[in-house]
Each structure stands twice: as structure tokens, then as C-alpha cells.
Design a binder for this molecule. Structure first.
Ligand SMILES: [Zn+2]
Length: 204
């Protein structure tokens, strides 16, 4: 396979990218200057080296030392609230809205409706460990399920709720979900600050 075809195959693995778009990306690169391609290649290598996964919330962050990110280590934030999101981009959307000051947990994906082994799709073991964390001196009071208002998001929400129910009851932790100011079918990632603010305010 030549480089053009190989590159197309790589782009096809990107989320939401079909074969035709992948091909367009590959051709687009051919129209750009050599320095553009060099910089792109350098950045691809660079993010793999400079970004790490936080041991507590599992988001990617740029860090050289320590095991938790700047959100998890921030003592100004409310450590008694834990918001569960599917992906890093969802966390970023919530952070940008400036309406939430608690902690996060990134599931790493969602669970497809017919999936028989949900634990292969999301970080369920890590989540249980995080919620049961006896070392967390700021005791958890609330877990906010913040998944997209899509069928897969809602399915994931049900699975996570069932997973957390026993441990939440044992430790008197309230489980809430974002209010459906998020319209049906809406991806959290694309929600604006006002929508998120309302959804948080109307959580139940
Ligand atoms: Zn973190």
C-alpha cells in the first residue's frame, strides 16, 4: 500500500470520519507545505510524549510530574461532587462553560445498546475504586451523571447508575443526572454554556 492509501486508512480510524473524508484529509495534506506536514508529524509524536492520564479522573493532561491533574489537585474545587462524563471533550465543554467547580471522572467512552460486556467499553472498575476511595478525605456527597442525551448516552447512564447504586447507598452518596435542558439527541460536547448551566441547575 502506498503512503496515500496508508494515511487514508489511519484517518478512517478517527472518530466520526468516513472513507471519503479520510481521503480528503490525505489529499489536503498533499496541498500543504512541507513545514506544515513536519509540524503536524512533530505534534503527533509530542502529544504522546507530553500528555498523560490522570490517576484520579483519567483525563489526559500535560504534566511532567505528579500523578493527578491540575483539576484533581486543586484544593479550591469542591471535592465532594464527582461528575461522570464519557470523554475528555465533554469534560472540556463543561469546564469551558465555567459553571461547575467539582471533580470529574472520564469513562473513556459509552456503552453501545447491545454490548454484553460494558466493562470493556468504559472504566467501570476504576470508577468503583474512585468512588470507594477511602483515602479521599473530602467525602463524596454527590455523583452527577453527565452523559449525552442520545440513546447510547442514556443506556450508559443506566448501566453506571446500576453499577454505583450499592456503593452510593452504603456511603450515602446522592446520584443525580443532568436536567434535560439538553434537548433529546444532543451531544454534550456541542452544548453551549447556558444549556449546561441550566442542565446542572435542573439536575435531579
Ligand atoms: Zn484528574
Amino acid at each position: 500500500m502506498d503512503a496515500l492509501n496508508k494515511l487514508t486508512e489511519y484517518f478512517r480510524e478517527f472518530p466520526g470520519i468516513g472513507p471519503r473524508q479520510a481521503r480528503r484529509f490525505a489529499y489536503f495534506l498533499l496541498t500543504k507545505s512541507p513545514s506544515f506536514a513536519d509540524e503536524l508529524a512533530r505534534l503527533v509524536v509530542e502529544i504522546k510524549k507530553s500528555m498523560r492520564v490522570c490517576d484520579s479522573c483519567f483525563r489526559f493532561y500535560a504534566g511532567k510530574s505528579g500523578t493527578v491533574c491540575n483539576i484533581c489537585s486543586n484544593t479550591e474545587r469542591n471535592h465532594s461532587e464527582l461528575m461522570i462524563v464519557a470523554r475528555d471533550v465533554d469534560l472540556e465543554t463543561i469546564e469551558k462553560s465555567g459553571t461547575y467547580n467539582g471533580m470529574y471522572f472520564v469513562l473513556g467512552g459509552t456503552v453501545p445498546i447491545l454490548e454484553k460486556s460494558p466493562e470493556t467499553r468504559v472504566r467501570s472498575r476504576e470508577l468503583l475504586k474512585r468512588v470507594d476511595g477511602k483515602t479521599d478525605k473530602n467525602h463524596l456527597k454527590e455523583i452527577i451523571l453527565s452523559l449525552s442525551a442520545t440513546p447510547e448516552g442514556e443506556h450508559t447512564e443506566e448501566i453506571i447508575r446500576a453499577l454505583l447504586k450499592p456503593i452510593a447507598e452504603k456511603n450515602s452518596i446522592k446520584i443525580t443526572v443532568l436536567g434535560r435542558g439538553l434537548s433529546t439527541g444532543a451531544e454534550l460536547e456541542y452544548s453551549d454554556a447556558d444549556t449546561i448551566k441550566n442542565a446542572l441547575k435542573n439536575r435531579a
